[in-house]
Design a protein around this ligand. Structure first.
Ligand code: BGP
Length: 492
């Protein structure tokens, strides 16, 4: 680091983060049921631009799901094979350990533990995650578990209409109890829903909502009902974890993206505020235990019935989270009137392109200062310890003939963001517990389903069409990050 007075706290949790549906593969092995991720498909595998948006889907239908279930062309469904982590997890965790990871955030696939979501516990699924936890602990790596990361059992979508149905709260509780009963003696950190605010953007992937089944004008209410059911479910499992293991820490996990007003026009500033509160609303409920005023007004004015009971209100109030975790990749601008302006599209939402910032190959605008701003915003708002649980650069890497990847662009990205964290800690007084980079090993991109959008310190020999040896190779960033961890951030 340029200025050595910037230090990271002792015991800072350096590491990486993955999600089951983007790495495991083995989609129908070990007793696993089908999840919403297993039916995500390339519409045209030859022209990757034409992706089937089955995960965000404004257009998902039952026919598309049926077609997916009948298909035996696995290459069309890249998440079904992942990066073969189900078989190779020991090799991968050994590589994380070699980098000196202090923490590894991963998700448990609900459909591996309760295959259809409403049936019996699959012990073989629990055995797998128990082995993963033991493998981490063998190297002194702290497991951080996400309980739901875009991998809802498909049956809960097709038979119950996903999170629109309150019964999912009970199914989720049963699933989480099984996981906590089995792993809780060894796992201290838990996150409930990944990017909990994403239900509004990716109804099928996050909520198992098949939009075509609903009337257009009722869908907004459906989305907010699903939001409410997830928040109640989150509070209920938070209670369970706290009761059973009082030393455990439960965090919320929200998407964070810094928005700037495109100009100093008050209308643009208002647009930013309105955009942001849509995202904050979720963590607000999880931290403060009650809905923000603007949402209460919205529900009332628009006559939305999300099914909120007095008991729900109490459960939310009494079971708030211990820390706030978030993903941060990029920043964007908002303008009240976007006509004629160049738009960006990220994993999160569409914004207006910032002329002062560089972009990744996927148009995500790179902004380390935005991370510092986000850290301060969140800490000032919530006064809870924070954890950055996703951050990284998706880029097209080149594997050289001697099996090296010279990813200096990735090192530059991380350097900037780690320095921004150091400033937030040392200059702004932010309490930051840890940093788990997204995809420390290359994995399937969530927004594009591509393998060529790589985030890792470890290269996986696999292409967008499922071809490759699945061998792992260390990139230049591997040794760089190892040194960062060794020096507790000093060398960044
Ligand atoms: C977040 C998701 C991750 C991950 C990441 C990167 O929104 O929580 O699952 O995928 O974004 O996005 P992408 O894979 O689309 O590049």
């Amino acid at each position: 680091m340029t200025d050595t007075k910037y230090t990271f706290p002792k015991g800072f949790l350096w590491g990486g983060a993955t999600a089951a549906n983007q790495i495991e593969g083995a989609w129908n092995e070990g007793g696993k049921g089908v999840s919403v991720a297993d039916v995500q498909k390339f519409r045209n595998p030859q022209g990757l631009k034409e992706l089937n948006n089955i995960k965000k889907n404004t257009d998902i239908t039952d026919e598309m799901i049926e077609e997916a279930l009948k298909s035996d062309d696995e290459t069309l469904y890249p998440k079904r094979h992942g990066i073969h982590y189900y078989e190779k997890y020991k090799e991968d965790i050994a590589l994380f350990a070699e980098m000196g990871f202090k923490a590894y955030r991963f998700s448990v696939a609900w459909s591996r533990v309760v295959p259809n979501g409403d049936d019996d516990i699959n012990e073989e699924g629990l055995d797998f995650y128990s082995n993963v936890v033991d493998e981490c602990l063998k190297y002194g790596i702290e497991p951080i578990i996400t309980l739901s990361h875009y991998e809802l059992p498909l049956h809960l979508a097709t038979a119950y209409n996903g999170w629109n149905d309150r019964r999912l709260i009970g199914f989720f509780e049963k699933y989480v109890q099984a996981v906590v009963d089995r792993l809780g003696d060894r796992v201290k950190y838990w996150l409930t829903f990944n990017e909990v605010d994403s239900i509004l953007r990716h109804p099928f992937m996050t909520g198992g909502l098949i939009e075509s089944r609903f009337e257009k004008d009722e869908f907004q209410e459906v989305l907010y009902r699903a939001m409410h059911n997830q928040l109640v479910a989150s509070a209920k499992v938070t209670k369970y974890i706290h009761q059973k293991y009082p030393q455990s820490k439960v965090g919320c996990m929200t998407t964070k993206l810094t928005y700037y007003p495109y100009t100093c026009k008050p209308e643009d500033v208002l647009a930013v505020q309105q955009k942001m509160r849509q995202v904050y609303a979720f963590a607000d409920v999880q931290v403060f235990g009650e809905y923000p005023a603007y949402l209460r007004v919205k529900f009332q004015k628009e006559g939305m019935d999300v099914g909120m009971t007095e008991e729900d209100k109490q459960v939310l109030k009494e079971n708030t989270v211990d820390f706030v975790s978030f993903s941060y990749y990029q920043s964007s601008c908002m303008a009240a009137n976007e006509a004629g302006l160049e738009l960006t599209s990220g994993n999160t939402t569409i914004g207006v392109k910032n002329p002062y910032l560089p972009s990744s190959e996927w148009g995500w605008q790179i902004d380390p200062i935005g991370l510092r701003i986000s850290l301060s915003d969140l800490y000032d708002r919530y006064r809870k310890p924070l954890m950055v649980v996703e951050n990284g650069l998706g880029a097209k890497d080149i594997l050289t003939d001697d099996k090296k990847v010279h990813d200096d662009y990735r090192i530059a990205y991380f350097k900037g963001h780690i320095q921004a964290m150091a400033q937030a800690i040392n200059d702004d007084g932010v309490e930051l517990m840890g940093y788990t980079t997204w995809g420390p090993i290359d994995l399937l991109s969530n927004s594009t389903l591509q393998m060529s959008k790589r985030y890792g310190f470890i290269y996986v020999d696999l292409d967008d069409f499922g071809q490759g040896t699945y061998n792992r190779y260390k990139k230049d960033s591997f040794d760089w990050y190892k040194k960062v961890i060794q020096t507790n951030g000093e060398s960044a």
